[in-house]
Structures are given as structure tokens and as C-alpha cells.
Ligand binder design. Sequence first.
Ligand code: UD1
Length: 422
Amino acid sequence: MTERIVVHGGRPLLGEVTVSGAKNSVLKLMAAALLAPGRSVVRNVPAILDVKIMSELLCRLGCEVTADGDTLRLDVPDRVGHEADYDLVRRLRASICVLGPLLARCGEAKVALPGGDNIGSRGLDLHVAGLQRMGAEIESEHGFLVARAPHGLRGTTVWLDFPSVGATENLLMAAVLAEGTTVIDNAAREPEIADLASMLQEMGAKVDGAGSSTIEIQGVGELQPVTHTTVPDRIVAGTFAIATVMTGGSVRILRCRPEHLEIVLDRLVSCGAEVEASDTVLQVTMDRRPAAVDVVTLPYPGFATDFLPMVIALNSVADGVAMVTENVFEGRFRFIQELVRLGADIRTDGHHAVVRGRPRLSGAPVEATDIRAGAALVLAGLVADCTTTVAEVHHIDRGYAGFVGQLRSLGAEVVREVVSDE
Ligand code: UD1
């Protein structure tokens, strides 16, 4: 049995919506718990599929994971396992983030080479090269990365060729228990990295500069378990902001951090939206057809690649022509063929897409190809005539908790339905 989302377009989104904790943070916070034996507690955990997969992975490593509402209790044993199997890792690329903590805690790690989003090759060379500089021996054997640091990891300076989020996190989690000082240069600056660093600091780690391009870590002998609250999900908040602009609605987005969305909000204002932000609340109002906006994706604080499918969907109903350029993942444009099925006028050339806006899209059956593409297709359905059905909704479930219910509460005509396999 599979499920699909059925959208009847034409209604503006109106009302209030609350944002949960960030997927891209919580998965790493769960991995960080491995660094200290005892009970760590993570709060503001979103009810998404990826958290379930990560919980299963931690259980296989010997942890006990208990969920209670939006709180996760992680009981980490004195001796954790060091092997992450393919059946879980292939479903969740982010599980590669156990590599650094396992290596730091056990002196060895065997992690299956991941699958994950269908958005490009997503290499691991930066993770591997950084850990090797810290003294790890790493081989690729039979579909696994096998890493050993029999004499422990040692501090060093690592320069990342690209500010990779995953590599920065793995190196950070490896360095907190390494001997001496590690400097990560050209580090990723995403808010989720700052969130991870603050949990590590609460655990007793010595980390300076997280959220900037240079992170300095002084290794310590051991860490303590802690209770930590996950930063709000900026991508989910931005998804609702973009949906509001596309549908000509008015939505208050609660429990978010507008400061993490500066460029996105700036672009929405260029589209004609009215945006008001306080520390934790964002009010977005749109009373006209959006104007087309050019976007170039870049690592934070640039325009996040995760929004690219949504901004293409927005431009496909905007007034004018937009150039959208993707610089982070080579495969992000794959979903465009689905949007074209809804009548969008889009030409791509390499990593550029030219989007010619149309007043409305035209409902059709489409298929989600990854989390953000799936969300973008639902948003496109909200501004399409008649009915759009989005198949492969498990992709959306990986990153959005109760997406359909939230959209319905804002007045959208959208349901989930079970499709019996024939
Ligand atoms: C994370 C986020 C994802 C977001 C992305 C960029 C999670 C679970 N996912 O993914 O939602 O879109 O950051 O903000 O947090 N690369 C290499 N070699 C490496 C590492 C990365 O070539 O060793 C390349 C990748 O192929 C990709 C680019 O660098 O083209 C960015 O990857 P990275 O920043 O590592 O993203 P993720 O951590 O995978």
C-alpha cells in the first residue's frame, strides 16, 4: 500500500501554523548523543520518518531510544556498537554523521555508503580527507566505509574545499574527543551547525566559532549527557512562507527563527509580499500575483538549495521571467520534468533554469522525487486548476511532520489517500 497527496488548487492559505524542530539539526543531535554514555534528552523533535530511521540506527548501536511527544530520550551504553548497516543508511544519507562520533568514541567505525535524496552524487571525500588528517585510516570495503583510529584522533587544521554541512558536522563531532586542537577552516555556517555546537558545548566540549567559517575545537577527555532543544526548522518555515506568497494568502508562522531566513524573505518581498518578523514569529501576506525573482543558491547564509524546487514552483506562476541557478546539488533540477507536467514553462541549461511564469498551472498526476521537490509539487498543486495528485509521498514524510494536516488547517483543499498496489 502506498499513499498519495491529492490537492484541489485555488484557495489562499490563511491562518496560523507552528514550526517543529529542524530535521537537519535533530539527526545530528541524536548522533552527538553517542559521544557521552548515559541519558541525553532532545526536545522539539519533529515527528518525521528520518527521526524514526535514525532512532533505529542508534538502537542497533546499542542505545535505547524512547519517544514521548516531541521529546526523545537517548540512553547510550558505556560500550556502543560501531557498525551502521546498509538497510538503514541507504534510507537515510544523514546517518553518515555517526562516522565522526563512533570513530571518536570507539576508535573504529564501519558505516555503509549512503543513499538518501535523489539529488546528485553527494560525495564523501571531504569527510574522509578530514578524518584522515586527524589520523584515521579509512578504506572503502564492500560498500562500507571502514575507519580506524587505534591510537585515537589528533587535532589538526582541516581546510574544506567546499563548506560541506555533513563534513563540518562529522569533523566537529570527531574533534571534540580528539587529542589537542582542531581547526576547521571554510566550515559550513548553517544554523544547524551552531545548534549542534551548542549541544556539544553543553556536553562539556570546547568549541569556538561555530556559525562562522572557522571553528576551533579543543579536545576533551570525556563528555556528559545533556538535555537540548532543537532549533526550529527554517526550511519548513520557509516552505509555508513561499506557499503563502504563491497562493495570495496571509499566514502567521509561529515558533520559527526569521533571522535564519533573511535572503528568502528578502526575495519574497521582491515578489510583492508583505513580511513582518519578530524573534520567533513571521507574518507573510500577499495580495497580488507574485513578480518573478532571480535566485542563486549558495551555502548559508546564501539562498538555501533546499528552497530551490519551491522557488521554481513560485516563479512558474509569477508575472515575468526568472533565472534560477543551482550551485550546490547537481541533481536538483530532476523534479522540473514533474513541474512541466503541471504546465510550467521551464528551460534548463546546465545549472541554470529559465522560468516563464504563467497565471495558473494545470492539475495532473506527478511524483515526488525527493523531500523538497515533493513539497514544491504540493505547493504547485495549490495554484493549479482542478486536481493534482502527488505520488511517492514517503519522500515528503522524511522532512515534514503532518504537512497535509497543516495545509488543511490553513484552508487548503488537500488530503492523503491510500492507493492499493495493483
Ligand atoms: C545537508 C542537508 C541538506 C542541505 C545541504 C546543503 C542534512 C541532513 N541535509 O546535506 O538538506 O541541502 O546540507 O545545505 O543536513 N560534497 C562533496 N564531498 C563531500 C561532501 C559534500 O563533494 O565530502 C558535495 C555534495 O555532493 C554536494 C555539496 O557538497 O554537492 C553539498 O553537500 P553538503 O553540504 O555536505 O550537504 P549534506 O550535508 O549532504
